[in-house]
Design a protein around this ligand. Structure first.
Ligand SMILES: C[S@@+](CC[C@H](N)C(=O)[O-])C[C@H]1O[C@@H](n2cnc3c(N)ncnc32)[C@H](O)[C@@H]1O
Length: 174
């Protein structure tokens, strides 16, 4: 992630699905961002994490699909979008998130990490989902992948639950 931040001059980091804050802490530890924002549906989780990370970032409470469009149009420079919101009452907002971001902004300078791709099956499937996990809409995922592929370089990392990574076409210079 540090390499992408440097190579593509990423200025803003947005995470959807704060959870217990591990991803947010990782982003904050990297440093160098003009802004770091996380969106979490569960207000109690958001409050618990905010207590530990302090005021150096913004945690928005609510449905990510309602927030990312506005973030996408208001953030000026290139952004990292780490999309990790799912379940716990929020369903599977990934496709709607990507659509909202791409409608609001030219993403050719941005980077995306779509986390836990295994939920959506192929091309990231590697075994059954853990008990209680609902399978996502594979076609909606492939539509998202195709939309990203039209403007960014898409690859997969099969570690953990699988990541789709979409990066700009070339290194940027300041
Ligand atoms: C897998 S956890 C996130 C883990 C976290 N990113 C990390 O790296 O530790 C998923 C989180 O997404 C949240 N969530 C689910 N649907 C959401 C939605 N539509 N908008 C915002 N957050 C959502 C859940 O409440 C849960 O906290």
């Amino acid at each position: 992630m540090a390499t992408w931040q440097r190579e593509y001059l990423l200025e803003h980091a947005v995470e959807t699905g704060l959870g217990d804050g591990d991803g947010l802490r990782h982003l904050l530890a990297l440093g160098g961002w003009k802004s770091v924002t996380s969106v979490e549906l569960d207000a109690r989780r958001a409050a618990a994490v905010l207590e530990h990370v302090g005021e150096v970032c913004t945690i928005l409470v609510g449905d990510s699909t309602q927030h990312v469009g506005e973030l996408a149009s208001s953030l000026g420079g290139p952004a990292l979008w780490w999309l990790d919101a799912h379940y716990d009452g929020g369903g599977l907002p990934l496709a709607a998130e990507v659509r909202a971001i791409m409608q609001a902004r030219d993403v050719r300078g941005d980077a995306f990490i779509l986390d836990d791709c295994r939920i959506y099956g192929q091309p990231c499937a590697s075994g059954p989902l853990p008990a209680g996990y609902e399978r996502g809409d594979a076609q909606a995922f492939l539509d998202v992948e195709a939309a990203l592929r039209r403007v960014l370089r898409v690859s997969y990392d099969r570690r953990d639950e699988g990541y789709l990574v979409a990066l700009p076409g070339g290194r940027r210079t300041a």
